[in-house]
Design a protein around this ligand. Sequence first.
Ligand code: PSU
Ligand code: MN
Length: 296
Amino acid sequence: MINFSAEVSAAIAAGQPIVALESTIISHGLPRPRNLEVALEVEAIVREAGAVPATIALIDGVVHVGLEPHELERIANDDDVVKASTRDLAIIEATKKSAATTVAATAHIAQLAGIKVFATGGLGGVHRGHSYDESADLIALAETPIVIVCAGVKSILDVPGTLERLETFAVPVLGYGTNAFPGFYLTESGYDVEHRVDSVEEITDIWRNRFELKTDDRAIVVANPVVNQMDLALHNQILDSGLKAAEENHITGKAVTPFLLEYFHTQSKGESLRVNIDIIKANSHLAALIAISLNK
Ligand code: PSU
Ligand code: MN
């Protein structure tokens, strides 16, 4: 069963453009109390652009598409909110827990709800040096027809490895106004994208062309580079020490990404947090414009 917020059910009934937003970035990606403020600011950006935000999470075992303010507050502040990927969804339902959804789980639920556009910060991908640590985000992209707007994959990951996997899964990657694949905290990752688009109309065109060719069963990644990137030297230094710290502390599984993000936020004294917030806001704005264009 899916619970729709009043705002989202009205939008579905009226055929309005909707943007799905993930919640793991709120619960596990940003520090308190900024996380709740940012979640609300991001929703406001989507509304201002003319679309309706649908933040997705599980509350007491129920899937919610669109969160009321008090529900958003629980996801942001409750210590017992776990991080749920696709495989966890049915378990969380059965155990009546509350959970924030990753890119993979959010995309899955969004698609069930008929939502075509989704904004996040950075995608999960292949982790460095661990051949079997690949985010379930990759498989979800291969199986979910949705447009996902991101600032590339998180720079803590193996970027070329992740791009190779996206190629294997036949997931198109479009550089928005760029030929360079963005590097999350950095404007450029050092790797290129094959396809560049310069308008939302081009993305809509590509989305529609896929139906005819029956390549419409998977995601389209729109890679939107951050404008004011993090200081490069600071970024590289923290990345090196962060990867070592994760290793030394034996951080594994789904704890790896939150550990590294938190490490960045503390070590950079808020600089990576500033960039992460810029990213999610810019991506949500672009996602709203895409949702509006797809709706025409
Ligand atoms: N983007 C951000 N911050 C985040 C994430 C993305 O700016 O916290 C989350 C997303 O929910 C993504 C998850 O799906 O990190 C990836 O986790 P993992 O590597 O364990 O699959
Ligand atoms: Mn992992």
